[in-house]
Design a protein around this ligand. Structure first.
Ligand code: ADP
Ligand code: MG
Ligand code: MG
Length: 883
């Protein structure tokens, strides 16, 4: 096996494309060599060797060692130095480098090859004693920490002690003699603590360091990092062994890191920091305040210390030219590491730089203008999920914050407001014009009005798909759920956490993008929807095939979604209109009526309310398609639960609390999700469906007259499993349509379709399609019914499933390709076999998830529908899926 790939001297055995084999660092070092950039020569041990290392019980095999040895011979030839010799000693860095960048998670050892003798050779070569001893103490410390596992603090304590003893404030002030004393103490402490001396033999040092870098793949922080970032534990790390160049060789030497453009604003200006007379780890360790690279950056930051541009103009000029070269080559923002040794610039690393969403948008747009990338490249490059950062108000990253607790980032954006513990208080505060955060243990449908009156929602219980989370996302409200380290003490009206007790009325800030809960108000950044964002969205729209609609239950939702570019409504859940204000009372009257006449009387009161809602929705959508779903949830969801509320409702209805409780009990279901809901309601109580259909058609007539735009309502029948169910409901819709349209004398086109949310419906799609103009995949219920998992109860065990590797992704967040996905595919194929023009869409939460959107594109769906704030994300994801 070829375990080792060499680079240096203007050539390399690997290239950037070999990232799986060489790791990111090794592949890009090789690429930079081939580009002719100044890179210290070295070699890369491939990632597969890491897996072999573990298989062999943490041993390096002889074949690998032989290849490393001949690779080092090549480095010796190129540098005219020799490893382990006193005469022109070669020093090496031994660096980790996985396929995916894992900054700072694994180990690196610098200055390897130094011992009590080679240190003299190094001093002689450089003509600088101090530098040699500085390098030696650095090496012993890193080796003792990384390879011998003695811990950083042991050495830091000695260092601080010696600095104090010598009266030095900065490490750069230490003399050769003083460093020599530190070295003596370092070696002593190693012998004491490890029970063996610091190894003087460079070969021993080398194999020890390589083994440690492999071993660092499995250190706890690296393992955790991979889990958090979805990086496979199987990949292993490569090891890069490279000739050292020295940033600590006096005041004409330096080391630094830079971004080819500003990674937080995207501005096209080199951006970074460096330290004079230092080695790499000093910049990260923050022992001295680093200096700015450009003059512009120095002036902006108000720093007194000279920039690299001023201090070392020649090296700076070279760095600038290299950065341009790298960008032109990689056609992306690069994050680089460099060292200047006595005025000479060396490149030590390059990789695609991490950036904020704002910077990502600006860089992509600028690079199109600079003709570096195409529009499709620009669109493909933006992470759709990151748009949340620009669509919502966010906390100023510079802001100081007192975090009192944290939970799940359930709905993005940040908000500050006074604490309220009840929905009534939230509504009252809104009327008084105050901003409030609704703080609850969890929320229920009765909290809708309180939630919509708040600027943010915080719950101490519940997951990413809890009621609070789903509703908040729909409303575009920031929300943190499941903040288990906060206690909501309703009895005493306190929010307790982080050692503080906050009363109602005190101000808190929640960050729904990170899950943080913060005391007081913090400075915020407003969303920026024009400029670069608008350009990218325009290009995305030009490249996508699928339409993007919104799930909107209220005129406010519909307006927001239009502003975000929704091309219609894919799901209007009419029941949400029944919770508002007085309507809930009329709804309860209808539900509790003892006969059809009673129900019809109540429905007659609901009709004008529903009609005016629809008129508004149709007008806002101005000719765009609007899909309205008939009443779906089981009726008892509308009934009071708490005793005092039951008493109040009973009084209003002229019943005793006891009588009302009995009615409520009669409506109780053991398994409401599979109970008396969806089209089953329309079949049991046709008068409900008739009222809704009438409201829709009358509204369509009125809106068409008002706006002059054609209104084509799409009426959607929920939870259909049998064609006969759809036929029954459709017949009554058609009858109402004939009557209303006839009376108005205005032709109104309309569609009647069904949700596909039961496996039976998917399987019988060819038959159901005979009666349906469209299918909309209700993937929330379809996932529940396919898995037989109730979404409301799933949080308790899905989390365990994911931790134990039984499932990889929450199927309520990302569509289950294999099971639910196959049902969708079957339904799409069979439905279209019957009716070629059958319109297909998706309206579950998945409609806003980029991976699920890709699935919809692959299956040829006509549109996706998602909550208003996810519309831009869906537009971008739909384009990426089509490119
Ligand atoms: P990380 O992946 O944590 O960034 P690196 O392997 O990049 O670790 O090493 C950290 C730092 O060590 C580099 O930024 C650089 O400053 C320094 N370094 C690594 N290799 C060399 C070298 N050959 N010569 C000089 N400094 C080096
Ligand atoms: Mg690095
Ligand atoms: Mg459903």
């Amino acid at each position: 096996t070829k375990w080792v790939y060499s680079f240096g001297g203007g050539t390399a055995e690997g290239r950037a494309a070999d990232i799986e084999m060489l790791g990111g660092k090794g592949a890009n070092l090789a690429e930079m060599c081939t580009l002719g950039l100044p890179v210290p020569p070295g070699l890369t041990i491939i990632t597969q060797a890491c897996n072999e290392f573990y298989k062999a019980g943490r041993h390096l095999n002889a074949e690998l060692k032989a290849q490393v040895t001949s690779g080092i011979a090549r480095i010796e030839a190129l540098t005219e130095r020799s490893f382990g010799s006193n005469d022109h000693p070669l020093l090496l860095s031994v660096r980790s480098g996985a396929r995916a960048s894992m900054p700072g998670m694994m180990d690196t050892v610098l200055n390897l090859g130094l011992n009590d003798e080679t240190v003299a050779g190094l001093a002689r070569d450089a003509g600088d004693e101090r530098f040699a001893w500085d390098s030696y103490r650095r090496f012993i410390q890193m080796y003792g920490d990384v390879v011998m596992g003695l811990g950083h603090d042991l050495f830091e304590d000695i260092l601080e002690d010696e600095k104090a003893r010598c009266g030095r404030e900065l490490e750069t002030e230490m003399t050769a003699e003083e460093w020599r004393a530190v070295v003596v103490r370092y070696k002593q402490v190693i012998e004491e603590e490890a029970g063996e001396p610091f190894p003087q033999d460079p070969q021993t040092q080398l194999w020890g360091a390589i083994g440690s870098v492999f071993a660092s793949w499995l250190n706890p922080r690296a393992t955790t990092y991979r889990m958090l970032h979805n990086i496979s534990q199987e990949w292993g790390t490569a090891v890069n062994v490279q000739a050292m160049v020295f940033g600590n060789l006096g005041n004409s030497s330096a080391t630094g890191v830079a971004f080819t453009r500003n990674p937080s604003t995207g501005e096209n200006l080199l951006f970074g920091e460096f330290l004079v007379n230092a080695q790499g780890e000093d910049v990260v360790a923050g022992i001295r305040t680093p200096q700015n690279i450009t003059e512009a950056q120095r002036i902006a930051s108000g720093s007194e210390k000279p920039s690299l541009e001023k201090l070392m103009p020649e090296a700076f000029g070279e760095l600038l030219a290299i950065c341009r070269r790298l960008e032109a080559h990689y056609r992306d923002l690069q994050d680089i590491e460099f060292t200047i040794e006595r005025g000479r610039l060396w490149m030590l690393q390059t990789r695609a730089g991490k950036r904020t969403a704002k910077a990502a948008l600006k860089i992509a747009v600028d690079m199109v203008e600079e003709r570096l990338i195409s529009r499709d490249d620009a669109v493909a490059r933006i992470d759709p999920a990151s748009l949340d950062q620009v669509l919502h108000t966010t906390i100023d990253p510079q802001a100081r914050r007192t975090v009192i607790g944290s939970g799940l980032p359930a709905s993005p954006g940040a908000a500050s407001g006074a604490i309220v513990f009840t929905s009534e208080d939230a509504v009252r505060a809104r009327k008084e014009g105050r901003d409030v955060i609704l703080v609850r243990v969890e929320t229920s449908p009765e909290d809708i009005h309180g939630m919509s009156a708040a600027v943010g929602i915080l719950t101490s219980r519940g997951g990413m798909t809890s009621h609070a989370a789903v509703v908040a996302r729909g409303m575009g409200l920031p929300c943190v759920t499941g903040a288990g380290n906060l206690r909501v003490d309703l009895r005493n009206g306190l929010l307790i956490g982080g050692g503080l007790s906050l009363k109602a009325g005190e101000i808190i800030t929640i960050d729904g993008s990170s899950g943080q809960v913060i005391k007081g108000a913090v400075p915020m950044l407003k969303p920026e929807l024009s400029g670069d964002f608008a350009r990218i969205m325009e290009w995305a729209d030009a490249s996508r095939r699928m339409r993007v609609r919104t799930n909107a239950d209220t005129p406010a939702d519909a307006r927001t979604a239009r502003a975000f570019g929704a091309e219609g409504i894919g799901l209007c859940r009419t029941e949400h209109m029944f919770f508002e204000g007085e309507r809930i009372n009329v709804m309860r009257e209808m539900i509790l009526a003892s006969d059809e006449a009673g129900r019809r009387a109540a429905l007659a009161k609901l009709l004008p309310m529903q009609r005016s809602d629809f008129v508004e929705l149709f007008s806002i959508m101005h000719g765009l398609p609007v899909t309205i779903r008939l009443l779906d949830p089981p009726l008892h969801e509308f009934l009071p639960k708490a005793e005092d509320e039951i008493a109040e409702v009973a009084t209003r209805m002229g019943l005793t609390p006891r009588e009302l409780s009995e009615r409520i009990d009669a409506l109780h279901e053991f398994n409401p999700m599979l109970g008396h809901r969806g089209c089953r309601l329309a079949i049991s109580y046709p008068e409900i469906c008739e009222m809704q259909a009438r409201a829709i058609f009358e509204a369509a007539v009125e809106a068409a007259r008002q706006t002059g735009a054609a209104v084509v309502p799409e009426i959607m029948v929920p939870l259909v499993g049998l064609k006969a169910e759809l036929d029954y409901v459709k017949a009554s819709i058609d009858a109402v349509a004939r009557e209303v349209i006839g009376a108005a004398g205005l032709p109104i086109d309309y569609l009647v379709g069904t949700m596909i949310e039961l496996p039976r419906a998917a399987l019988r799609a060819h038959v159901i399609a005979e009666s349906a103009d469209f299918f909309s995949f209700g993937t929330n219920d379809l996932t529940q019914t396919t898995f037989g998992i109730s979404r409301d109860d799933a949080a308790q065990f899905l989390e365990t499933y994911m931790r134990k590797g039984i499932i990889e992704k929450d199927p309520f967040v990302q569509i289950d390709y294999d099971g639910v996905g196959e049902l969708i595919q079957i339904a799409a194929e069979r439905g279209r076999r019957t009716k070629n023009a059958l319109k297909l869409g998706i309206c579950g939460e998945h409609g806003g998830d980029p991976t699920s959107i890709r699935f919809c594109e692959e299956r040829g769906l006509d549109y996706v529908s998602c909550s208003p704030f996810r519309v831009p994300i869906a537009r971008l994801a739909a384009a990426q899926a089509a490119i």
